[in-house]
Design a protein around this ligand. Sequence first.
Ligand code: ATP
Length: 257
Amino acid sequence: MIEISGLRKAYDGHGRRVEALADITFGVDEGQFVCVVGPSGCGKTTLLRCLAGLLTPSGGEVTVAGRPVQGPPDGLAIVFQEYGRSLFPWLRVGANVELPLRAKGIAARQRRDLVAEALAAVGLADAHTAYPWQLSGGMQQRVAIARALAFQPTVLLMDEPFAAVDAQTRAELEDLVRDVWKKFGITMLFVTHDIDESVYLGQRVVVLSSSPTTVLEDLSVDLPAERDQLTTRSDPRFVELRGHVYSRIQKAKLLTK
Ligand SMILES: Nc1ncnc2c1ncn2[C@@H]1O[C@H](COP(=O)(O)OP(=O)(O)OP(=O)(O)O)[C@@H](O)[C@H]1O
Protein backbone atom coordinates (compact mmCIF):
# COMPACT_ATOMS: atom_id res chain seq x y z
CA MET A 1 0.00 0.00 0.00
CA ILE A 2 2.89 2.34 0.88
CA GLU A 3 6.29 1.99 -0.78
CA ILE A 4 9.20 4.21 0.20
CA SER A 5 12.31 3.71 -1.87
CA GLY A 6 15.65 5.49 -1.41
CA LEU A 7 13.85 8.52 0.06
CA ARG A 8 16.13 11.48 0.71
CA LYS A 9 15.28 14.94 2.00
CA ALA A 10 17.63 17.84 2.62
CA TYR A 11 16.55 21.29 3.75
CA ASP A 12 18.44 24.28 2.33
CA GLY A 13 18.13 27.83 3.49
CA HIS A 14 19.91 30.81 5.00
CA GLY A 15 23.33 29.20 4.46
CA ARG A 16 22.29 26.13 6.50
CA ARG A 17 21.86 22.71 4.95
CA VAL A 18 20.22 19.93 6.95
CA GLU A 19 20.43 16.40 5.57
CA ALA A 20 17.28 15.16 7.35
CA LEU A 21 16.63 11.86 5.57
CA ALA A 22 19.64 10.17 3.95
CA ASP A 23 18.20 6.94 2.58
CA ILE A 24 14.88 5.47 3.68
CA THR A 25 13.46 2.29 2.17
CA PHE A 26 10.56 0.25 3.52
CA GLY A 27 6.98 -0.64 2.66
CA VAL A 28 3.66 -1.07 4.45
CA ASP A 29 1.21 -3.70 3.22
CA GLU A 30 -2.50 -3.01 3.00
CA GLY A 31 -4.14 -3.19 6.43
CA GLN A 32 -0.82 -3.39 8.30
CA PHE A 33 0.00 -1.41 11.45
CA VAL A 34 3.59 -0.21 11.25
CA CYS A 35 5.32 2.03 13.79
CA VAL A 36 8.31 4.18 12.99
CA VAL A 37 10.52 4.95 15.95
CA GLY A 38 13.60 7.11 16.08
CA PRO A 39 15.39 9.71 18.17
CA SER A 40 14.17 13.29 18.39
CA GLY A 41 15.04 15.29 15.27
CA CYS A 42 15.76 12.22 13.10
CA GLY A 43 13.22 13.28 10.50
CA LYS A 44 10.05 11.41 11.47
CA THR A 45 7.81 14.37 10.68
CA THR A 46 9.74 14.98 7.46
CA LEU A 47 9.09 11.37 6.43
CA LEU A 48 5.33 11.67 7.06
CA ARG A 49 5.15 14.99 5.22
CA CYS A 50 6.82 13.42 2.18
CA LEU A 51 4.29 10.55 2.33
CA ALA A 52 1.35 12.93 2.65
CA GLY A 53 2.52 14.94 -0.36
CA LEU A 54 3.12 18.04 1.78
CA LEU A 55 6.88 18.10 1.07
CA THR A 56 8.82 17.32 -2.08
CA PRO A 57 11.63 14.77 -1.51
CA SER A 58 15.16 15.59 -2.63
CA GLY A 59 15.50 12.07 -4.01
CA GLY A 60 13.96 8.61 -4.12
CA GLU A 61 10.36 7.66 -4.57
CA VAL A 62 7.20 7.34 -2.51
CA THR A 63 4.09 5.59 -3.77
CA VAL A 64 0.71 5.16 -2.06
CA ALA A 65 -1.70 2.59 -3.52
CA GLY A 66 0.61 2.22 -6.51
CA ARG A 67 0.65 5.93 -7.41
CA PRO A 68 3.71 8.17 -7.02
CA VAL A 69 2.97 10.83 -4.41
CA GLN A 70 2.88 14.29 -6.00
CA GLY A 71 0.31 15.93 -3.71
CA PRO A 72 -1.97 14.66 -0.91
CA PRO A 73 -2.97 11.12 -2.02
CA ASP A 74 -6.66 10.17 -2.22
CA GLY A 75 -7.87 8.32 0.85
CA LEU A 76 -5.00 9.40 3.09
CA ALA A 77 -5.60 11.13 6.42
CA ILE A 78 -3.12 12.41 8.98
CA VAL A 79 -3.34 13.07 12.72
CA PHE A 80 -0.78 15.55 14.05
CA GLN A 81 0.78 15.87 17.47
CA GLU A 82 -0.63 19.31 18.16
CA TYR A 83 -4.37 18.78 18.43
CA GLY A 84 -4.65 22.31 19.83
CA ARG A 85 -3.57 23.69 16.48
CA SER A 86 -5.30 21.20 14.21
CA LEU A 87 -8.88 21.76 15.48
CA PHE A 88 -10.67 25.03 14.74
CA PRO A 89 -11.63 26.63 18.08
CA TRP A 90 -14.56 28.56 16.60
CA LEU A 91 -16.22 25.39 15.26
CA ARG A 92 -18.09 22.92 17.44
CA VAL A 93 -16.77 19.35 17.61
CA GLY A 94 -19.32 18.05 15.07
CA ALA A 95 -18.46 20.82 12.59
CA ASN A 96 -14.72 20.17 13.03
CA VAL A 97 -15.19 16.49 12.20
CA GLU A 98 -17.50 17.34 9.29
CA LEU A 99 -15.21 19.90 7.64
CA PRO A 100 -13.12 17.54 5.44
CA LEU A 101 -16.32 15.75 4.39
CA ARG A 102 -17.69 19.03 3.02
CA ALA A 103 -14.44 19.53 1.12
CA LYS A 104 -14.86 15.99 -0.27
CA GLY A 105 -18.34 16.93 -1.55
CA ILE A 106 -20.27 14.37 0.52
CA ALA A 107 -24.05 14.95 0.80
CA ALA A 108 -25.40 16.42 4.07
CA ARG A 109 -27.20 13.31 5.25
CA GLN A 110 -24.22 11.02 4.73
CA ARG A 111 -21.99 13.62 6.41
CA ARG A 112 -24.22 13.51 9.49
CA ASP A 113 -24.02 9.70 9.64
CA LEU A 114 -20.24 9.62 9.17
CA VAL A 115 -19.68 12.25 11.86
CA ALA A 116 -21.93 10.39 14.31
CA GLU A 117 -20.22 7.05 13.59
CA ALA A 118 -16.72 8.50 13.95
CA LEU A 119 -17.49 10.30 17.21
CA ALA A 120 -19.07 7.12 18.59
CA ALA A 121 -15.98 5.12 17.56
CA VAL A 122 -13.76 7.37 19.72
CA GLY A 123 -16.20 7.40 22.66
CA LEU A 124 -17.39 10.98 22.15
CA ALA A 125 -20.92 10.45 20.87
CA ASP A 126 -22.25 13.15 23.20
CA ALA A 127 -19.59 15.82 22.55
CA HIS A 128 -21.04 16.88 19.20
CA THR A 129 -22.05 20.40 20.25
CA ALA A 130 -19.09 21.22 22.52
CA TYR A 131 -16.27 23.52 21.42
CA PRO A 132 -12.78 21.93 21.35
CA TRP A 133 -11.55 24.26 24.11
CA GLN A 134 -14.24 22.89 26.44
CA LEU A 135 -12.63 19.42 26.22
CA SER A 136 -9.52 17.94 27.85
CA GLY A 137 -6.37 17.44 25.77
CA GLY A 138 -7.05 13.71 25.43
CA MET A 139 -10.63 14.38 24.29
CA GLN A 140 -9.41 16.92 21.74
CA GLN A 141 -7.04 14.34 20.31
CA ARG A 142 -9.99 11.91 20.12
CA VAL A 143 -11.82 14.53 18.07
CA ALA A 144 -8.83 14.80 15.74
CA ILE A 145 -8.86 11.00 15.36
CA ALA A 146 -12.63 11.07 14.73
CA ARG A 147 -12.13 13.68 12.03
CA ALA A 148 -9.60 11.41 10.32
CA LEU A 149 -11.91 8.37 10.64
CA ALA A 150 -14.99 10.18 9.29
CA PHE A 151 -12.98 10.83 6.14
CA GLN A 152 -12.96 7.01 5.68
CA PRO A 153 -9.24 6.83 4.93
CA THR A 154 -7.56 3.77 3.50
CA VAL A 155 -4.25 5.03 4.93
CA LEU A 156 -3.88 6.82 8.26
CA LEU A 157 -0.63 8.55 9.21
CA MET A 158 -0.14 9.54 12.84
CA ASP A 159 2.66 11.89 13.88
CA GLU A 160 3.45 11.45 17.59
CA PRO A 161 -0.24 11.96 18.31
CA PHE A 162 -0.02 11.28 22.06
CA ALA A 163 3.16 13.17 22.90
CA ALA A 164 1.25 16.00 24.60
CA VAL A 165 -1.17 13.99 26.79
CA ASP A 166 -0.69 12.49 30.25
CA ALA A 167 0.39 8.86 30.70
CA GLN A 168 -3.05 7.44 31.58
CA THR A 169 -4.78 9.18 28.70
CA ARG A 170 -1.99 8.06 26.44
CA ALA A 171 -2.59 4.41 27.37
CA GLU A 172 -6.32 4.80 26.66
CA LEU A 173 -5.67 6.44 23.31
CA GLU A 174 -3.17 3.72 22.33
CA ASP A 175 -5.88 1.11 22.90
CA LEU A 176 -8.39 3.24 21.02
CA VAL A 177 -6.08 3.42 18.01
CA ARG A 178 -5.63 -0.35 17.95
CA ASP A 179 -9.41 -0.79 18.24
CA VAL A 180 -10.21 1.53 15.33
CA TRP A 181 -7.44 -0.03 13.25
CA LYS A 182 -9.03 -3.46 13.77
CA LYS A 183 -12.56 -2.18 13.24
CA PHE A 184 -11.92 -0.16 10.07
CA GLY A 185 -9.05 -2.21 8.54
CA ILE A 186 -7.01 0.92 7.81
CA THR A 187 -3.33 0.82 6.79
CA MET A 188 -1.57 2.58 9.67
CA LEU A 189 1.79 4.29 9.84
CA PHE A 190 2.37 5.57 13.36
CA VAL A 191 5.40 7.69 14.15
CA THR A 192 6.71 7.99 17.71
CA HIS A 193 9.91 8.57 19.66
CA ASP A 194 8.56 6.25 22.40
CA ILE A 195 10.09 2.78 22.03
CA ASP A 196 7.55 1.06 24.34
CA GLU A 197 4.66 2.63 22.45
CA SER A 198 6.05 1.47 19.09
CA VAL A 199 6.35 -2.15 20.28
CA TYR A 200 2.96 -2.11 22.04
CA LEU A 201 1.09 -0.80 19.00
CA GLY A 202 2.77 -2.16 15.92
CA GLN A 203 2.88 -5.37 13.96
CA ARG A 204 6.26 -4.09 12.79
CA VAL A 205 8.63 -1.45 14.09
CA VAL A 206 10.86 0.42 11.66
CA VAL A 207 13.82 1.76 13.66
CA LEU A 208 15.45 4.94 12.34
CA SER A 209 18.96 6.21 13.04
CA SER A 210 19.83 9.76 14.02
CA SER A 211 20.06 12.28 11.23
CA PRO A 212 21.24 11.88 8.41
CA THR A 213 18.67 9.17 8.77
CA THR A 214 18.59 5.62 7.47
CA VAL A 215 16.59 2.53 8.49
CA LEU A 216 18.52 0.68 11.21
CA GLU A 217 16.15 -2.24 11.42
CA ASP A 218 12.73 -3.42 10.30
CA LEU A 219 11.51 -5.55 13.19
CA SER A 220 8.53 -7.89 13.21
CA VAL A 221 6.60 -7.68 16.51
CA ASP A 222 5.64 -11.28 17.25
CA LEU A 223 3.35 -10.48 20.18
CA PRO A 224 -0.23 -11.80 20.29
CA ALA A 225 -2.71 -9.69 18.29
CA GLU A 226 -4.84 -9.13 21.39
CA ARG A 227 -2.90 -6.60 23.42
CA ASP A 228 -3.64 -4.91 26.68
CA GLN A 229 -1.69 -2.51 28.81
CA LEU A 230 -1.10 -4.92 31.69
CA THR A 231 -0.42 -8.32 30.19
CA THR A 232 1.32 -7.20 26.99
CA ARG A 233 3.67 -4.80 28.71
CA SER A 234 4.72 -7.45 31.24
CA ASP A 235 5.09 -10.19 28.60
CA PRO A 236 8.79 -11.26 28.56
CA ARG A 237 8.78 -11.03 24.77
CA PHE A 238 7.61 -7.38 24.98
CA VAL A 239 10.45 -6.61 27.40
CA GLU A 240 12.93 -8.36 25.09
CA LEU A 241 11.73 -6.46 22.00
CA ARG A 242 11.77 -3.05 23.66
CA GLY A 243 15.27 -3.76 25.02
CA HIS A 244 16.42 -4.78 21.56
CA VAL A 245 15.10 -1.56 19.94
CA TYR A 246 16.55 0.56 22.73
CA SER A 247 20.04 -0.93 22.42
CA ARG A 248 19.89 -0.66 18.61
CA ILE A 249 19.23 3.08 18.85
CA GLN A 250 21.87 3.58 21.58
CA LYS A 251 24.54 1.74 19.56
CA ALA A 252 23.76 3.83 16.48
CA LYS A 253 24.08 7.02 18.56
CA LEU A 254 27.54 5.96 19.78
CA LEU A 255 28.68 5.23 16.21
CA THR A 256 27.64 8.70 14.99
CA LYS A 257 29.38 10.52 17.88
N1 ATP B 1 11.35 23.49 7.33
C1 ATP B 1 12.57 23.14 7.72
N2 ATP B 1 13.65 23.86 7.36
C2 ATP B 1 14.90 23.50 7.73
N3 ATP B 1 15.18 22.41 8.48
C3 ATP B 1 14.13 21.66 8.90
C4 ATP B 1 12.77 21.99 8.54
N4 ATP B 1 11.96 21.04 9.09
C5 ATP B 1 12.76 20.20 9.75
N5 ATP B 1 14.05 20.55 9.63
C6 ATP B 1 15.23 19.84 10.20
O1 ATP B 1 15.18 18.49 9.76
C7 ATP B 1 15.54 17.59 10.80
C8 ATP B 1 14.39 16.60 11.04
O2 ATP B 1 13.25 17.31 11.55
P1 ATP B 1 11.85 16.57 11.86
O3 ATP B 1 10.95 17.57 12.47
O4 ATP B 1 11.40 15.86 10.63
O5 ATP B 1 12.33 15.48 12.94
P2 ATP B 1 11.45 14.65 14.01
O6 ATP B 1 12.11 13.32 14.10
O7 ATP B 1 10.02 14.68 13.62
O8 ATP B 1 11.68 15.50 15.32
P3 ATP B 1 10.90 15.41 16.75
O9 ATP B 1 11.02 14.00 17.22
O10 ATP B 1 11.69 16.36 17.60
O11 ATP B 1 9.50 15.86 16.47
C9 ATP B 1 15.86 18.47 12.02
O12 ATP B 1 17.25 18.67 12.06
C10 ATP B 1 15.15 19.78 11.72
O13 ATP B 1 15.85 20.88 12.29
